[in-house]
Design a protein around this ligand. Structure first.
Ligand code: FAD
Length: 475
Protein backbone atom coordinates (compact mmCIF):
# COMPACT_ATOMS: atom_id res chain seq x y z
CA UNK A 1 0.00 0.00 0.00
CA UNK A 2 1.48 3.33 -1.06
CA UNK A 3 2.11 6.08 1.51
CA UNK A 4 -0.67 8.68 1.30
CA UNK A 5 -0.32 12.38 1.97
CA UNK A 6 -2.53 15.45 1.75
CA UNK A 7 0.27 17.27 -0.05
CA UNK A 8 3.34 16.06 -1.96
CA UNK A 9 5.89 18.66 -2.94
CA UNK A 10 8.34 17.72 -5.71
CA UNK A 11 11.55 19.70 -5.22
CA UNK A 12 13.04 21.12 -2.01
CA UNK A 13 14.46 24.38 -3.30
CA UNK A 14 13.32 27.58 -1.58
CA UNK A 15 9.90 27.26 -3.23
CA UNK A 16 9.35 23.60 -2.39
CA UNK A 17 10.72 23.43 1.13
CA UNK A 18 8.81 26.53 2.21
CA UNK A 19 5.61 25.18 0.65
CA UNK A 20 6.09 21.89 2.52
CA UNK A 21 6.74 23.57 5.87
CA UNK A 22 3.73 25.90 5.50
CA UNK A 23 1.48 23.02 4.44
CA UNK A 24 2.57 21.02 7.50
CA UNK A 25 2.05 24.04 9.76
CA UNK A 26 -1.51 24.24 8.44
CA UNK A 27 -2.15 20.68 9.59
CA UNK A 28 -1.76 18.86 6.26
CA UNK A 29 0.18 15.59 6.12
CA UNK A 30 3.05 16.55 3.83
CA UNK A 31 5.85 14.87 1.92
CA UNK A 32 8.70 16.59 0.10
CA UNK A 33 10.84 14.83 -2.50
CA UNK A 34 14.22 16.15 -3.66
CA UNK A 35 16.97 14.54 -5.70
CA UNK A 36 19.93 16.87 -5.02
CA UNK A 37 22.97 14.92 -3.76
CA UNK A 38 25.88 16.18 -1.70
CA UNK A 39 29.41 14.98 -2.45
CA UNK A 40 28.79 11.86 -0.37
CA UNK A 41 25.61 11.01 -2.26
CA UNK A 42 23.40 12.06 0.66
CA UNK A 43 20.49 14.49 0.52
CA UNK A 44 21.19 18.19 0.07
CA UNK A 45 17.83 19.98 0.20
CA UNK A 46 17.70 23.68 -0.66
CA UNK A 47 17.87 23.40 -4.43
CA UNK A 48 19.84 25.68 -6.70
CA UNK A 49 19.61 28.49 -4.17
CA UNK A 50 21.33 26.63 -1.34
CA UNK A 51 23.69 24.40 -3.31
CA UNK A 52 24.88 26.37 -6.34
CA UNK A 53 23.11 29.72 -6.21
CA UNK A 54 22.21 32.41 -3.68
CA UNK A 55 24.03 31.02 -0.65
CA UNK A 56 27.41 29.85 -2.03
CA UNK A 57 27.64 32.91 -4.30
CA UNK A 58 27.12 35.22 -1.34
CA UNK A 59 29.71 33.28 0.69
CA UNK A 60 32.30 33.81 -2.08
CA UNK A 61 31.24 37.42 -2.63
CA UNK A 62 31.90 38.05 1.08
CA UNK A 63 35.30 36.31 1.03
CA UNK A 64 36.42 38.14 -2.10
CA UNK A 65 35.09 41.45 -0.75
CA UNK A 66 37.09 40.95 2.44
CA UNK A 67 40.20 40.27 0.32
CA UNK A 68 39.54 43.37 -1.76
CA UNK A 69 39.01 45.50 1.35
CA UNK A 70 42.21 44.20 2.93
CA UNK A 71 44.18 44.79 -0.25
CA UNK A 72 42.83 48.18 -1.23
CA UNK A 73 40.98 49.87 1.61
CA UNK A 74 42.39 48.84 4.99
CA UNK A 75 45.32 51.24 4.46
CA UNK A 76 42.84 54.17 4.54
CA UNK A 77 42.03 53.14 8.11
CA UNK A 78 45.69 53.03 9.03
CA UNK A 79 45.73 49.26 9.00
CA UNK A 80 48.87 47.88 7.42
CA UNK A 81 49.20 44.37 6.07
CA UNK A 82 52.19 42.72 4.54
CA UNK A 83 52.14 39.54 2.48
CA UNK A 84 48.39 39.52 1.94
CA UNK A 85 47.42 36.18 0.45
CA UNK A 86 44.37 34.14 -0.29
CA UNK A 87 43.94 30.41 0.22
CA UNK A 88 41.36 29.49 -2.41
CA UNK A 89 40.97 25.95 -1.10
CA UNK A 90 40.07 27.31 2.34
CA UNK A 91 37.75 29.92 0.85
CA UNK A 92 35.90 27.22 -1.12
CA UNK A 93 35.84 24.99 1.96
CA UNK A 94 34.22 27.75 4.00
CA UNK A 95 31.63 28.21 1.25
CA UNK A 96 30.90 24.45 1.33
CA UNK A 97 30.46 24.59 5.12
CA UNK A 98 27.97 27.44 4.76
CA UNK A 99 26.06 25.40 2.17
CA UNK A 100 26.02 22.33 4.44
CA UNK A 101 24.74 24.37 7.38
CA UNK A 102 21.81 25.41 5.20
CA UNK A 103 21.17 21.82 3.93
CA UNK A 104 21.18 20.57 7.53
CA UNK A 105 18.97 23.45 8.62
CA UNK A 106 16.29 22.44 6.10
CA UNK A 107 16.43 18.78 7.18
CA UNK A 108 16.01 19.95 10.78
CA UNK A 109 13.03 22.14 9.81
CA UNK A 110 11.42 19.18 8.02
CA UNK A 111 11.75 17.08 11.18
CA UNK A 112 10.50 19.89 13.42
CA UNK A 113 7.43 20.41 11.24
CA UNK A 114 6.83 16.69 10.58
CA UNK A 115 7.39 16.91 6.84
CA UNK A 116 8.28 13.45 5.47
CA UNK A 117 11.38 13.87 3.32
CA UNK A 118 12.22 11.48 0.48
CA UNK A 119 15.58 11.58 -1.29
CA UNK A 120 15.25 10.78 -4.98
CA UNK A 121 13.61 11.80 -8.22
CA UNK A 122 9.85 12.18 -8.08
CA UNK A 123 7.70 11.69 -11.16
CA UNK A 124 4.02 11.46 -11.94
CA UNK A 125 2.86 7.89 -12.45
CA UNK A 126 -0.90 8.32 -12.91
CA UNK A 127 -4.00 10.06 -11.67
CA UNK A 128 -5.87 8.02 -9.04
CA UNK A 129 -9.16 8.49 -7.22
CA UNK A 130 -8.84 11.85 -5.40
CA UNK A 131 -5.20 12.47 -6.28
CA UNK A 132 -2.04 11.35 -8.02
CA UNK A 133 0.45 8.52 -7.73
CA UNK A 134 4.06 9.68 -7.54
CA UNK A 135 7.02 7.37 -8.03
CA UNK A 136 10.33 8.02 -6.37
CA UNK A 137 13.53 6.70 -7.89
CA UNK A 138 16.48 6.90 -5.53
CA UNK A 139 18.37 4.94 -2.92
CA UNK A 140 15.00 3.71 -1.58
CA UNK A 141 12.37 3.54 -4.35
CA UNK A 142 8.88 4.42 -3.11
CA UNK A 143 5.40 5.06 -4.39
CA UNK A 144 3.35 7.82 -2.78
CA UNK A 145 -0.20 9.04 -3.25
CA UNK A 146 -0.94 12.73 -2.84
CA UNK A 147 -4.27 14.56 -2.86
CA UNK A 148 -2.49 17.77 -3.84
CA UNK A 149 0.81 17.99 -5.71
CA UNK A 150 3.07 21.03 -5.77
CA UNK A 151 5.66 20.98 -8.56
CA UNK A 152 8.71 22.98 -7.44
CA UNK A 153 11.41 21.48 -9.62
CA UNK A 154 13.26 24.73 -10.34
CA UNK A 155 15.61 25.48 -13.20
CA UNK A 156 19.03 24.66 -14.66
CA UNK A 157 21.62 26.78 -16.44
CA UNK A 158 21.10 27.35 -20.17
CA UNK A 159 24.10 26.31 -22.29
CA UNK A 160 25.25 28.12 -25.42
CA UNK A 161 23.95 26.22 -28.45
CA UNK A 162 26.67 23.73 -29.44
CA UNK A 163 28.82 24.36 -26.35
CA UNK A 164 28.09 22.06 -23.44
CA UNK A 165 29.28 22.89 -19.93
CA UNK A 166 32.34 20.82 -19.05
CA UNK A 167 32.66 22.63 -15.68
CA UNK A 168 36.43 22.71 -16.16
CA UNK A 169 36.86 25.37 -18.86
CA UNK A 170 33.28 26.20 -19.84
CA UNK A 171 31.48 26.80 -16.59
CA UNK A 172 27.89 27.16 -15.46
CA UNK A 173 27.14 28.76 -12.09
CA UNK A 174 28.07 25.40 -10.54
CA UNK A 175 31.63 25.36 -11.93
CA UNK A 176 31.99 29.12 -11.42
CA UNK A 177 31.56 28.52 -7.69
CA UNK A 178 34.40 26.03 -7.46
CA UNK A 179 37.25 27.26 -9.68
CA UNK A 180 40.24 25.76 -7.80
CA UNK A 181 42.72 28.61 -8.46
CA UNK A 182 42.30 32.22 -9.53
CA UNK A 183 42.36 32.22 -13.35
CA UNK A 184 44.54 34.88 -14.98
CA UNK A 185 41.81 35.59 -17.48
CA UNK A 186 38.09 34.94 -17.16
CA UNK A 187 35.44 35.41 -19.81
CA UNK A 188 31.81 35.83 -18.87
CA UNK A 189 29.05 35.54 -21.45
CA UNK A 190 25.94 37.32 -20.20
CA UNK A 191 25.97 40.50 -18.11
CA UNK A 192 22.99 39.52 -15.97
CA UNK A 193 22.87 39.11 -12.21
CA UNK A 194 24.75 35.79 -12.12
CA UNK A 195 27.43 36.85 -14.62
CA UNK A 196 28.13 40.10 -12.81
CA UNK A 197 28.22 38.49 -9.37
CA UNK A 198 30.52 35.66 -10.45
CA UNK A 199 32.68 38.02 -12.51
CA UNK A 200 33.02 40.27 -9.46
CA UNK A 201 34.15 37.41 -7.20
CA UNK A 202 37.02 36.38 -9.48
CA UNK A 203 37.96 39.95 -10.45
CA UNK A 204 38.40 40.88 -6.79
CA UNK A 205 40.66 37.86 -6.38
CA UNK A 206 42.87 38.97 -9.26
CA UNK A 207 41.42 37.65 -12.55
CA UNK A 208 41.21 39.89 -15.59
CA UNK A 209 37.51 39.65 -16.40
CA UNK A 210 35.84 40.36 -19.75
CA UNK A 211 32.05 40.35 -19.90
CA UNK A 212 30.36 39.85 -23.28
CA UNK A 213 26.69 40.81 -23.51
CA UNK A 214 24.43 40.46 -26.53
CA UNK A 215 22.04 43.26 -25.59
CA UNK A 216 23.04 46.80 -26.51
CA UNK A 217 22.09 48.24 -23.11
CA UNK A 218 23.74 47.41 -19.79
CA UNK A 219 21.29 45.95 -17.24
CA UNK A 220 18.29 46.81 -19.40
CA UNK A 221 15.74 45.86 -16.72
CA UNK A 222 17.32 48.17 -14.15
CA UNK A 223 16.42 51.85 -13.87
CA UNK A 224 18.59 53.55 -16.49
CA UNK A 225 20.16 56.07 -14.12
CA UNK A 226 21.21 53.28 -11.78
CA UNK A 227 22.39 51.05 -14.64
CA UNK A 228 24.56 53.89 -16.01
CA UNK A 229 26.08 54.46 -12.57
CA UNK A 230 26.74 50.71 -12.23
CA UNK A 231 28.42 50.48 -15.62
CA UNK A 232 30.67 53.42 -14.74
CA UNK A 233 31.67 51.93 -11.37
CA UNK A 234 32.21 48.36 -12.64
CA UNK A 235 34.33 49.62 -15.54
CA UNK A 236 36.41 51.68 -13.11
CA UNK A 237 36.88 48.56 -10.98
CA UNK A 238 38.40 46.85 -14.00
CA UNK A 239 35.54 44.78 -15.47
CA UNK A 240 35.81 44.96 -19.26
CA UNK A 241 32.13 45.07 -20.29
CA UNK A 242 31.36 44.74 -23.99
CA UNK A 243 27.76 45.25 -25.06
CA UNK A 244 25.91 44.45 -28.28
CA UNK A 245 28.15 41.53 -29.21
CA UNK A 246 27.20 38.50 -31.28
CA UNK A 247 28.79 35.32 -30.00
CA UNK A 248 30.17 32.95 -32.62
CA UNK A 249 32.30 29.83 -32.13
CA UNK A 250 33.47 28.78 -28.69
CA UNK A 251 36.45 26.45 -28.69
CA UNK A 252 38.05 24.98 -25.62
CA UNK A 253 41.36 23.19 -25.43
CA UNK A 254 44.20 22.54 -23.00
CA UNK A 255 45.16 26.20 -22.81
CA UNK A 256 41.67 27.49 -22.17
CA UNK A 257 38.80 28.84 -24.19
CA UNK A 258 38.59 31.02 -27.28
CA UNK A 259 35.38 32.87 -28.00
CA UNK A 260 34.90 34.34 -31.47
CA UNK A 261 32.44 37.19 -31.56
CA UNK A 262 31.38 40.22 -33.56
CA UNK A 263 31.55 43.43 -31.54
CA UNK A 264 28.97 46.23 -31.51
CA UNK A 265 30.76 47.95 -34.43
CA UNK A 266 30.57 44.80 -36.57
CA UNK A 267 34.24 43.87 -36.28
CA UNK A 268 35.35 40.26 -35.77
CA UNK A 269 36.97 39.73 -32.38
CA UNK A 270 38.41 36.89 -30.35
CA UNK A 271 38.55 36.51 -26.59
CA UNK A 272 41.08 34.04 -25.23
CA UNK A 273 40.53 33.17 -21.58
CA UNK A 274 41.56 30.51 -19.11
CA UNK A 275 37.97 29.92 -17.99
CA UNK A 276 34.62 30.91 -19.44
CA UNK A 277 31.45 31.38 -17.42
CA UNK A 278 28.27 31.12 -19.47
CA UNK A 279 25.38 32.86 -17.73
CA UNK A 280 22.78 33.43 -20.42
CA UNK A 281 19.68 32.42 -18.52
CA UNK A 282 18.06 29.34 -17.07
CA UNK A 283 15.69 26.66 -18.31
CA UNK A 284 12.84 25.14 -16.30
CA UNK A 285 13.34 21.59 -14.95
CA UNK A 286 10.53 19.43 -16.30
CA UNK A 287 12.33 16.45 -17.83
CA UNK A 288 12.11 13.44 -15.57
CA UNK A 289 8.87 14.67 -14.02
CA UNK A 290 6.79 12.62 -16.45
CA UNK A 291 4.10 15.28 -16.52
CA UNK A 292 2.84 13.72 -19.76
CA UNK A 293 1.43 10.80 -17.75
CA UNK A 294 -1.18 13.09 -16.24
CA UNK A 295 -1.43 15.76 -18.96
CA UNK A 296 0.59 18.51 -17.24
CA UNK A 297 0.79 21.40 -19.71
CA UNK A 298 3.92 23.39 -20.50
CA UNK A 299 3.92 26.81 -22.13
CA UNK A 300 5.78 27.60 -25.36
CA UNK A 301 9.01 28.29 -23.40
CA UNK A 302 8.85 24.99 -21.51
CA UNK A 303 7.64 26.39 -18.17
CA UNK A 304 4.78 24.61 -16.40
CA UNK A 305 1.70 26.58 -17.37
CA UNK A 306 -0.06 28.14 -14.38
CA UNK A 307 -2.62 30.84 -13.67
CA UNK A 308 -1.97 33.87 -11.46
CA UNK A 309 -2.47 31.66 -8.38
CA UNK A 310 -0.07 28.87 -9.48
CA UNK A 311 -2.83 26.42 -10.46
CA UNK A 312 -1.94 24.17 -13.38
CA UNK A 313 -4.83 23.01 -15.55
CA UNK A 314 -4.99 19.76 -13.51
CA UNK A 315 -7.19 19.62 -10.41
CA UNK A 316 -5.02 19.56 -7.29
CA UNK A 317 -1.74 20.16 -9.14
CA UNK A 318 0.13 23.41 -8.52
CA UNK A 319 3.51 24.70 -9.69
CA UNK A 320 5.73 27.39 -8.18
CA UNK A 321 9.14 29.06 -8.39
CA UNK A 322 11.60 28.91 -11.27
CA UNK A 323 9.64 26.22 -13.11
CA UNK A 324 6.82 28.73 -13.78
CA UNK A 325 6.59 32.24 -15.24
CA UNK A 326 7.77 35.30 -13.31
CA UNK A 327 11.02 36.44 -11.76
CA UNK A 328 13.56 33.66 -11.17
CA UNK A 329 14.24 34.63 -7.58
CA UNK A 330 14.38 32.55 -4.42
CA UNK A 331 12.07 34.83 -2.44
CA UNK A 332 9.49 34.83 -5.25
CA UNK A 333 9.55 31.00 -5.16
CA UNK A 334 9.17 31.06 -1.36
CA UNK A 335 6.22 33.44 -1.44
CA UNK A 336 4.49 31.33 -4.09
CA UNK A 337 5.10 28.18 -2.01
CA UNK A 338 3.54 29.69 1.10
CA UNK A 339 0.63 31.18 -0.88
CA UNK A 340 -0.16 27.81 -2.52
CA UNK A 341 -0.12 25.96 0.83
CA UNK A 342 -2.54 28.57 2.18
CA UNK A 343 -4.80 28.33 -0.87
CA UNK A 344 -4.97 24.55 -0.44
CA UNK A 345 -6.64 25.04 2.95
CA UNK A 346 -8.94 27.76 1.60
CA UNK A 347 -6.95 30.78 2.72
CA UNK A 348 -6.07 33.65 0.41
CA UNK A 349 -2.34 33.63 -0.25
CA UNK A 350 -1.19 36.51 -2.40
CA UNK A 351 2.01 37.36 -4.29
CA UNK A 352 2.41 40.75 -5.96
CA UNK A 353 5.28 40.69 -8.50
CA UNK A 354 5.39 44.49 -8.43
CA UNK A 355 6.62 44.43 -4.84
CA UNK A 356 9.13 41.61 -5.24
CA UNK A 357 12.54 43.20 -4.59
CA UNK A 358 15.50 42.56 -6.91
CA UNK A 359 19.09 42.57 -5.76
CA UNK A 360 22.46 42.29 -7.49
CA UNK A 361 25.11 41.58 -4.86
CA UNK A 362 27.99 43.30 -6.59
CA UNK A 363 29.96 46.02 -4.89
CA UNK A 364 28.27 48.44 -4.79
CA UNK A 365 25.07 46.46 -4.45
CA UNK A 366 22.10 47.24 -6.66
CA UNK A 367 18.55 46.79 -5.40
CA UNK A 368 15.17 47.92 -6.58
CA UNK A 369 11.45 47.42 -6.22
CA UNK A 370 8.53 48.59 -8.32
CA UNK A 371 8.67 50.52 -11.55
CA UNK A 372 11.65 52.04 -13.32
CA UNK A 373 11.57 55.49 -14.89
CA UNK A 374 11.67 53.94 -18.36
CA UNK A 375 8.65 51.75 -17.57
CA UNK A 376 6.66 54.71 -16.26
CA UNK A 377 7.58 56.82 -19.28
CA UNK A 378 6.44 54.02 -21.60
CA UNK A 379 3.16 53.76 -19.67
CA UNK A 380 2.67 57.55 -19.92
CA UNK A 381 2.39 57.90 -16.14
CA UNK A 382 3.17 61.25 -14.49
CA UNK A 383 5.77 60.89 -11.75
CA UNK A 384 8.24 62.85 -9.64
CA UNK A 385 11.76 61.74 -8.80
CA UNK A 386 13.93 62.35 -5.75
CA UNK A 387 17.53 61.20 -5.51
CA UNK A 388 20.11 61.34 -2.77
CA UNK A 389 23.80 60.38 -3.15
CA UNK A 390 25.59 58.30 -0.51
CA UNK A 391 28.40 60.84 -0.84
CA UNK A 392 26.28 63.14 1.34
CA UNK A 393 25.49 60.47 3.96
CA UNK A 394 27.55 60.51 7.18
CA UNK A 395 27.43 56.75 7.78
CA UNK A 396 28.57 56.02 4.22
CA UNK A 397 31.51 58.39 4.72
CA UNK A 398 32.40 56.66 7.99
CA UNK A 399 32.19 53.29 6.24
CA UNK A 400 34.42 54.59 3.48
CA UNK A 401 31.89 53.63 0.84
CA UNK A 402 30.14 56.62 -0.70
CA UNK A 403 29.41 55.22 -4.16
CA UNK A 404 25.90 55.40 -5.50
CA UNK A 405 22.52 56.85 -4.66
CA UNK A 406 18.94 56.20 -3.58
CA UNK A 407 16.22 57.15 -6.03
CA UNK A 408 12.53 57.46 -5.22
CA UNK A 409 9.85 57.64 -7.89
CA UNK A 410 6.40 58.78 -6.76
CA UNK A 411 3.09 59.42 -8.49
CA UNK A 412 2.78 63.14 -9.34
CA UNK A 413 -0.85 63.33 -8.25
CA UNK A 414 -1.09 61.00 -5.27
CA UNK A 415 2.57 60.88 -4.21
CA UNK A 416 2.28 57.07 -3.89
CA UNK A 417 5.70 55.42 -4.12
CA UNK A 418 5.92 53.70 -7.51
CA UNK A 419 9.52 52.52 -7.41
CA UNK A 420 12.70 52.76 -5.38
CA UNK A 421 16.13 52.14 -6.91
CA UNK A 422 19.35 51.92 -4.94
CA UNK A 423 22.97 51.48 -5.89
CA UNK A 424 25.34 51.64 -2.96
CA UNK A 425 26.43 50.03 0.29
CA UNK A 426 23.96 47.52 1.78
CA UNK A 427 21.35 48.23 -0.89
CA UNK A 428 20.10 44.65 -0.33
CA UNK A 429 19.10 45.56 3.23
CA UNK A 430 17.93 49.10 2.53
CA UNK A 431 15.44 47.95 -0.10
CA UNK A 432 13.29 46.26 2.57
CA UNK A 433 12.01 49.64 3.76
CA UNK A 434 10.95 50.49 0.22
CA UNK A 435 9.13 47.15 -0.10
CA UNK A 436 7.23 47.81 3.12
CA UNK A 437 6.41 51.32 1.90
CA UNK A 438 5.03 50.02 -1.37
CA UNK A 439 3.08 47.16 0.26
CA UNK A 440 1.43 49.71 2.55
CA UNK A 441 0.84 52.08 -0.39
CA UNK A 442 2.93 54.74 1.32
CA UNK A 443 3.51 58.15 -0.20
CA UNK A 444 7.02 59.52 -0.48
CA UNK A 445 5.97 62.05 2.19
CA UNK A 446 5.20 59.15 4.58
CA UNK A 447 8.81 57.96 4.33
CA UNK A 448 10.15 61.52 4.46
CA UNK A 449 8.31 62.10 7.77
CA UNK A 450 9.54 58.91 9.48
CA UNK A 451 12.39 59.26 12.01
CA UNK A 452 15.44 57.32 10.74
CA UNK A 453 18.40 56.50 13.01
CA UNK A 454 21.46 58.73 12.74
CA UNK A 455 23.99 58.03 11.44
CA UNK A 456 22.65 55.30 9.19
CA UNK A 457 22.56 54.47 5.51
CA UNK A 458 18.77 54.47 5.81
CA UNK A 459 18.90 58.25 6.16
CA UNK A 460 19.74 58.30 2.45
CA UNK A 461 16.36 56.64 1.85
CA UNK A 462 14.57 59.30 3.89
CA UNK A 463 16.49 62.07 2.11
CA UNK A 464 15.64 60.66 -1.33
CA UNK A 465 11.98 60.65 -0.27
CA UNK A 466 12.36 64.27 0.86
CA UNK A 467 14.00 65.06 -2.47
CA UNK A 468 10.81 64.05 -4.32
CA UNK A 469 9.35 67.28 -2.91
CA UNK A 470 12.64 69.10 -3.53
CA UNK A 471 13.36 69.44 0.16
CA UNK A 472 16.31 67.19 0.88
CA UNK A 473 18.03 68.56 3.98
CA UNK A 474 21.56 67.24 3.57
CA UNK A 475 22.21 67.80 -0.10
C1 FAD B 1 24.60 31.65 -9.06
C2 FAD B 1 23.20 31.98 -8.68
C3 FAD B 1 22.97 32.95 -7.73
C4 FAD B 1 21.67 33.26 -7.36
N1 FAD B 1 21.50 34.22 -6.43
C5 FAD B 1 20.24 34.54 -6.05
C6 FAD B 1 20.04 35.51 -5.03
O1 FAD B 1 20.98 36.07 -4.48
N2 FAD B 1 18.77 35.80 -4.68
C7 FAD B 1 17.69 35.20 -5.28
O2 FAD B 1 16.55 35.51 -4.93
N3 FAD B 1 17.86 34.27 -6.24
C8 FAD B 1 19.10 33.92 -6.62
N4 FAD B 1 19.28 32.95 -7.56
C9 FAD B 1 18.08 32.30 -8.14
C10 FAD B 1 17.53 31.25 -7.18
O3 FAD B 1 18.54 30.32 -6.90
C11 FAD B 1 16.32 30.56 -7.81
O4 FAD B 1 15.38 31.53 -8.20
C12 FAD B 1 15.67 29.62 -6.79
O5 FAD B 1 16.58 28.63 -6.37
C13 FAD B 1 14.42 28.96 -7.37
O6 FAD B 1 13.86 28.15 -6.40
P1 FAD B 1 12.98 26.88 -6.76
O7 FAD B 1 12.54 26.31 -5.46
O8 FAD B 1 11.95 27.24 -7.75
O9 FAD B 1 13.95 25.86 -7.52
P2 FAD B 1 15.40 25.28 -7.22
O10 FAD B 1 16.11 26.04 -6.20
O11 FAD B 1 16.04 25.10 -8.55
O12 FAD B 1 15.10 23.86 -6.58
C14 FAD B 1 14.48 22.84 -7.27
C15 FAD B 1 14.83 21.53 -6.61
O13 FAD B 1 14.05 20.49 -7.20
C16 FAD B 1 14.87 19.36 -7.43
N5 FAD B 1 14.23 18.58 -8.49
C17 FAD B 1 14.07 18.88 -9.79
N6 FAD B 1 13.35 17.92 -10.42
C18 FAD B 1 13.08 16.98 -9.49
C19 FAD B 1 12.37 15.76 -9.50
N7 FAD B 1 11.76 15.32 -10.60
N8 FAD B 1 12.31 15.04 -8.34
C20 FAD B 1 12.90 15.49 -7.20
N9 FAD B 1 13.58 16.64 -7.14
C21 FAD B 1 13.65 17.38 -8.25
C22 FAD B 1 16.20 19.96 -7.80
O14 FAD B 1 17.24 19.01 -7.61
C23 FAD B 1 16.28 21.10 -6.80
O15 FAD B 1 16.81 20.66 -5.58
C24 FAD B 1 20.57 32.59 -7.95
C25 FAD B 1 20.78 31.60 -8.88
C26 FAD B 1 22.08 31.28 -9.26
C27 FAD B 1 22.28 30.19 -10.25
Amino acid sequence: MANSFDVIVIGAGPGGYMAAIRAAQLGLSTACIDEWKNEKGGPAPGGTCTNVGCIPSKALLQSSENFDQAGHHFADHGIGLSNLSIDIKKMLGRKDTVVKQNNDGILYLFKKNKVAFFHGRGSFSKAVEGGYEINIVGAKPETLIGKQIIVATGSSPRALPGTAFDETSVLSNDGALRIPAVPKTLGVIGAGVIGLEMGSVWRRLGAKVTVLEALPAFLGAVDQQVAAEAQKVFTKQGLDIQLGVKIGKVESGKKGVTVSYVDAKGADQELACEKLIVSIGRVPNTTGLNGEAVGLKLDERGFVEVDAECRTGLPGVWAIGDVVRGPMLAHKAEEEGVAVAERIVGQHGHVDFNTVPWVIYTSPEIAWVGQTEQQLKAAGKAYRVGTFPFMANGRARALGDTTGLVKFIADTKTDEVLGVHIIGPMASELIAEAVVAMEFKASSEDIARICHAHPSLSEATKEAALAVDKRALNF
